[in-house]
Design a protein around this ligand. Structure first.
Ligand SMILES: [Fe+2]
Length: 315
């Protein structure tokens, strides 16, 4: 948080709170370009001091390249988290080995390239621990994310009070369980992987911010980023079809967190979707059918209310 936005901070002293922006799974190069383009706006809107993005799907849904990681870092992202798809490109192993700011889930067997935790720092010198974990329900049966979180937090606690966990998992229950397991031990547990933002953003009783899924930064004219016709064929025919990326309707999903620096407790979690979904139909997709409906509502049959006033429905 900038000092002018933070009345409790004294010039020259560290601010009492820090703001962390987390960008949900970036799917495809179109979304990468939009994230890079919109970053100054998002950073200003949320007064972000530290930015994390999940980048496991940037390269056509499969992992990310060194160049794509550099684009994100150039735009202001400080740490890139990932998940199961990070292994889909062989050269990602080199990136994971050479750049400690690019994470893979910490609970993959340790013989794999890279690391699942990183300590970053804001411009004000506040240390931010980032831990990447992956669930095991309906996913690879890797090491236990709960036990690995104990090990990782032991390491991180020497350096940082503020800790953000990217819990990359399929099952909502596993993400919720991790959040409850770590409540009071970390600043936030943020779910990724399922690509649909959930409506359960909250601060848990012991001060950990949580959301089951931050949502996808990617093309929403799709099925979780995949072309709709491919998804329909896969479900109808029950056989594999080549994953083909969609490209239309790109939105950025994420959360902004406000965290107390001294305790590491979350004070606020604010999810966002940019641009928002259309929740009513404003166009006329079928030759004026909407207009007819509007006319019908203006001229109700006798006894039928044209609008639903409070108390207009019994019971
Ligand atoms: Fe994933």
């Amino acid at each position: 948080m900038k000092e002018e936005d933070n009345p409790s901070s004294i010039p020259g002293e560290r601010p009492a709170t820090v703001r962390v922006l987390f960008i949900g799974d970036i799917v495809g190069v179109g979304a990468l370009a939009m994230v890079v383009r919109m970053m100054p706006t998002l950073k200003a809107k949320y007064s972000s001091d530290f930015i994390i993005a999940n980048g496991e799907n940037v390269a056509d849904g499969k992992s990310l390249t060194k160049k794509q990681a550099a684009e994100l870092f150039g735009a202001g992202v400080q740490v890139i988290t990932s998940g199961n798809h990070v292994w889909d490109r062989w050269d990602a192993r080199e990136l994971l080995s050479n750049d400690r700011r690019v994470l893979r889930p910490a609970n993959y067997p340790r013989e794999n390239a890279g690391s699942g935790l990183h300590i970053g720092e804001t411009a004000d010198g506040i240390k931010i621990g980032v831990l990447n974990l992956q669930g095991r329900t309906y996913m690879q049966t890797i090491d236990c994310p709960f036990r690995v979180s104990d090990w990782a937090l032991d390491k991180i606690s020497e350096f940082a009070q503020v800790v953000i966990v990217d819990m990359h998992a399929e099952a909502t229950a596993e993400k919720q369980t991790m959040a409850r397991y770590l409540d009071g031990k970390v600043s936030a547990v943020l779910g990724t992987h399922t690509h649909v933002q959930t409506a359960d953003a909250q601060i848990l009783p012991h001060g950990t911010a949580f959301i089951s899924d931050v949502g996808m930064s990617g093309p929403y004219e799709s099925v979780i980023g995949m072309k709709i016709e491919i998804a329909v064929r896969r479900f109808l025919n029950q056989t594999p079809y080549k994953y083909d990326m969609a490209s239309e309707g790109i939105r950025i999903a994420g959360v902004s967190l406000t965290i107390d620096v001294a305790s590491g407790a979350a004070l606020e979690i604010e999810p966002f979707m940019f641009p928002n979904f259309e929740r009513s139909r404003t166009a006329e997709p079928n030759g004026g059918a909407i207009e007819e409906t509007e006319i019908a509502l203006e001229q109700p049959e006798e006894g039928v209310p044209s609008t639903l006033e409070p108390g207009s429905i019994d019971g």
